[in-house]
Design a protein around this ligand. Structure first.
Ligand code: ADP
Ligand code: MG
Length: 272
């Protein structure tokens, strides 16, 4: 081996980690009894510390894609890898399998925040955030509570730690849901239209938390219809339609200012 080649190999070994946080290859997803796949041959990479945005019309498969990555839906083809390691491999015939055992590693390593705030109504804010780390991960309760309070401070809700979900506004509930995902230290955090069900005056407070997370280097995969926000936060972007990728760009700004496909142009035009 030449000296230079040796150096390259050593650098790769020393870094220890893949540059890519999430790697999706040829992913195929079918629902039971459907005549065609809802996601067909989807491939993309989400690099470490970057924000990857998915846009596309309603019914294009965005939520389904996030749910497969979160390990909530089995896949029928392709692979999902985290940090260079394949976690999930698609298997035909698993259409009706529901939440599979095979997805359990994804469920623990990938966090997800949903459109509807699904906090446990019978737990306080603090109880909601500390439940999974204490019960599932068996972490020390005092340590988990300390971290939960630090997270609540970060999203501006430290004073609401003992409140019940019904006492909170929609925007506050979504910020608690974000804390609940963050405390599990997800390698990738997925957001599925988290502001879509909010009153307009509460959208900003949630988007600001997401911008701060992006600045802090959290790897994120975001589905949103807020195009201004998408443009401000995205490093990379794909547009989905009908379960396929219409346009893919490593340069989100270029996509939003000058999309290459007519379809993306028309889609973005509807938000102007
Ligand atoms: P988007 O989030 O982009 O609006 P979805 O992923 O929710 O799209 O849906 C994509 C397609 O899959 C739609 O045609 C939808 O009707 C269908 N679909 C979604 N969930 C299911 C399900 N559980 N069973 C069968 N079909 C579904
Ligand atoms: Mg959706």
């Amino acid at each position: 081996m030449t000296e230079q080649a040796e150096q390259v190999t050593q650098t790769a070994q020393n870094s220890g980690k893949s540059q890519t946080s999430l790697e999706i290859r040829h992913l195929v997803k079918r629902y039971a009894n459907a005549d065609k796949p809802v996601l067909d041959d989807i491939s993309f990479d989400v690099p470490h510390g970057k924000v990857f945005v998915i846009v596309g019309p309603s019914g294009s498969g965005k939520s389904t894609l996030l749910r497969t990555i979160a390990g909530l839906e089995p896949i029928q083809g392709g692979t999902i890898a985290l940090n260079g390691e394949i976690i999930e491999t698609g298997k035909p015939g698993t259409e009706s399998a529901g939440r599979s055992k095979r997805g359990s590693e994804l469920r623990t390593r990938v966090g997800m925040v949903f459109q509807s705030y699904d906090l446990f109504p019978n737990k306080t804010v603090l109880g909601n955030i500390t439940l999974a780390p204490t019960l599932v991960q068996k972490r020390d309760k005092a340590e988990v509570e300390k971290e939960a309070i630090a997270l609540l401070e970060r999203v501006g809700l430290a004073d609401r730690k003992d409140a019940w979900p019904h006492e909170l506004s929609g925007g506050q509930r979504q910020r608690v849901a974000i804390c609940r995902a963050l405390i599990l230290h997800p390698e990738v955090l997925l957001f599925d239209e988290v502001t879509a069900a909010l009153d307009p005056e509460m959208v900003r407070e949630v988007l600001d938390v997401m911008l701060e997370l992006a600045d802090s280097g959290q790897t994120m995969l975001i589905v949103t219809h807020e195009m201004q926000f998408a443009r401000a936060i995205a490093d990379q972007v794909i547009m989905l339609e009908d379960g396929g990728i219409v346009e893919q760009s490593d340069d989100a700004e270029a996509f939003f200012t000058n999309p290459k496909t007519e379809r993306a142009k028309r889609f973005l035009h509807t938000f102007e």
